[in-house]
Each structure stands twice: as structure tokens, then as C-alpha cells.
Design a protein around this ligand. Structure first.
Ligand code: GLY
Length: 330
């Protein structure tokens, strides 16, 4: 269905070669090179980062940047795991989950939302104009419509055909996702983290979730602390892959707490993957990837299986980074 991983090559995550020296001079160099910065999951992160960068390079707020960034795959019917054109659930409905968080720890989220092309913008509005963090299902849809969002049919003819094929074959539900060479490309959430030139960090996460999931299933992506967590004093993390594993271990919160306690972004992500492996017996049948960004601009990642990558953009570089799989290091 999707050829996005056809060009993946295995290699280690490239952490910028910046020493953690204490001199003022080295700190200035680091700031200059590393901020602003945006990272996001998978290769659909490349065009998403470009949209975010248009805001970051003008000195704009990272919250505006991450919202604008993830709206790109939300609107792209070729991205079959996010927003419009996403793989439907077992009832043939495209149901969307999203959340957003800023440097002050403000958060908004929508779950099980139908018929709205940009759930991330609804999540931001939940954060900004309600006293709540999360709205779900019909309530989230009504809130969106009352606030000017329009209904769209999110099920493309291509995905309708895939759903009919899936129903006819009576294929058992598969949770084997995003594992290289297994052609189970049913699950590629976009998570994005950005730091603006004022040093403010924000994050966003949006997905259509697991392909052919049970109607009503909600994954980790809209759950603050699971799919996304941001602490303006430390940094942020987002997750992609089998949401159930991330929810059971509160992965993104864990990554941020590990960074708070001194781990590098890559070490923190690796520890969160290790935690999943330790706690969840069939973890080998799943993919989970984390990306993390420290408030100084240092970034890192880890994943269970080969095949995960993330997109990076700074003043110095624009690239896709292939992540070394934790299972390969065993
Ligand atoms: N990680 C996205 C989901 O499980 O729905």
C-alpha cells in the first residue's frame, strides 16, 4: 500500500557532535547550531517539517509550528495513517486521535473523532478555549462544528476498497505493524517536536491509529504522557507504533523524566523501549519508536524493530535519520 520505506537504509541515529563543555563559548555555539529545530516521525515528517520551518525561521512560536507541520500529513490522502485518507476501522469509519502540548505544559486532545480533517487544530482549541484537556467522539465532533470546523468525508475511494478487501478476506486482525519487510504498513502516526528561537518547546501527535482497529479503539497518540509529553524545563518526547504498548508504559512521560534525570535523548528513548521489552511479553511482534528533544536542542531516538526513521530540520541540515533497532543490539 505504501512505498515510504523502500529507501530505508539501516544506520545509527546521528547525534550532533556537540560536546557538553561548560564554557559560555561552547553554549553559544550550541544554541546557534541547534535552535530552532524540528523533528518528526517517519518520512512524512519531511514535508511536515518544511511547513513547521516556515514559522520557526521567522521567529514564530513552536506551538504554531507543530500545528502547521502535522496538518500537512493530516490533509494528504497518500499518507494512509494520518487524517484524511487514513486506513478505516473495522466498521469502515476513519476515526482520528490527536493531541498538542506547549512549553507551559498546557495540553489539548481529541479522541475517536470522525469527519474532521484536522484533529490537531481541534485539539489545540480544546486546550485554548475549554477548561478540559480531552474531548472524545460525538462530543469532540460537536465542539469542532460549533467552532467553525467543516465536516469532510475522510474515507478515500482507495481506502474504501482496502476496507472491502479486508472484510471479504476476513483477515484476522493483525497488530504486527511497521516491521521492516513484513508489509504490515498499517500504522505510522506523525509525532512532531519543535523548539523555536526563543527556546520554547512544543509537541503535536496525530493519527488515524491502527488499521482496521475495533470501532471505538483509541491509541496512545491523544494520551498526554503516552503518545506525547512536553515539559518546558526539560524537553519533549513522542511515540509511534503499537499504541497499546506505549499506553501500558506511559512511554513519552517516561522519556522526559529520564532526560530530567540526566539521560541523553537517545539513552532515554532506549530505556523506554527496554521498559516495553521487560514488561510486555510479545513485544517482538510490535514496533514502537520514540523520538525526543531536549530543551537545548539535542535530539535522539530508539525503536524496537528495524524500519523506523525520523525527519530532522535545523539551520544546518534537513534529513531523514534511520534509527538503529534496539532488538538488533541484543
Ligand atoms: N500509535 C498510534 C496508535 O496506536 O494509534
Amino acid at each position: 500500500m505504501d512505498t515510504r520505506r523502500s529507501f530505508i537504509k539501516k544506520s545509527a541515529v546521528l547525534i550532533p557532535a556537540i560536546s557538553v563543555a561548560n564554557s559560555v563559548f561552547s553554549k553559544e555555539i550550541m544554541q546557534e547550531k541547534m535552535i530552532p529545530v524540528v523533528i518528526s516521525t517517519w518520512n512524512h515528517g519531511l514535508p511536515a517539517n518544511e511547513a513547521a520551518w516556515q514559522i520557526l525561521e521567522k521567529g514564530g512560536w513552536s506551538l504554531d509550528a507543530v500545528e502547521a507541520g502535522v496538518r500537512v500529513p493530516e490533509a494528504d490522502p497518500e499518507v494512509i495513517t494520518v487524517g484524511y485518507g487514513g486506513i478505516p476501522d473495522a466498521n469502515g469509519k476513519v476515526t482520528l486521535d490527536a493531541c498538542i502540548m506547549d512549553e507551559k505544559g498546557r495540553a489539548g486532545s481529541v479522541t475517536f473523532l470522525e469527519s474532521i480533517k484536522h484533529p490537531i487544530s481541534v485539539a489545540r482549541l480544546v486546550m485554548e478555549i475549554t477548561p478540559h484537556v480531552m474531548l472524545s467522539g460525538d462530543g469532540a465532533l460537536k465542539f469542532a462544528l460549533q467552532n467553525g470546523f467543516k465536516k469532510d468525508n475522510l474515507l478515500t475511494p482507495k481506502m474504501n476498497a482496502e476496507w472491502k478487501k479486508w472484510k471479504k478476506e476476513k483477515k484476522a486482525f493483525s497488530s504486527k505493524i511497521n516491521i521492516e519487510n513484513q508489509h504490515e504498513d498499517n500504522h505510522d502516526t506523525i509525532g512532531m517536536l519543535a523548539i523555536d528561537s526563543a527556546g520554547r518547546i512544543s509537541g503535536a501527535c496525530t493519527t488515524s491509529g491502527m488499521g482496521f482497529k475495533l470501532h471505538g479503539r483509541v491509541g496512545d497518540s491523544p494520551i498526554i504522557g503516552a503518545g506525547l509529553f512536553v515539559d518546558g524545563e526539560v524537553g519533549g518526547a513522542v511515540a509511534t507504533g503499537s499504541g497499546e504498548l506505549v499506553m501500558k508504559t506511559l512511554g513519552s512521560f517516561l522519556v522526559v523524566e529520564l532526560m530530567r534525570n540526566g539521560k541523553s535523548p537517545s539513552e532515554a528513548c532506549e530505556e523506554a523501549v527496554r521498559r516495553i521489552a521487560h514488561k510486555i511479553p510479545d513485544y517482538q511482534n510490535h514496533q514502537v519508536g520514540f523520538i525526543a528533544l531536549k530543551k537545548n536542542g539535542e535530539y535522539g531516538s530508539s525503536c524496537i524493530q528495524p524500519g523506523f526513521n525520523f525527519a530532522l530540520k535545523t539551520n544546518a541540515e534537513t534529513k531523514l535519520v534511520d534509527v538503529e533497532a534496539w532488538m538488533k543490539t541484543l
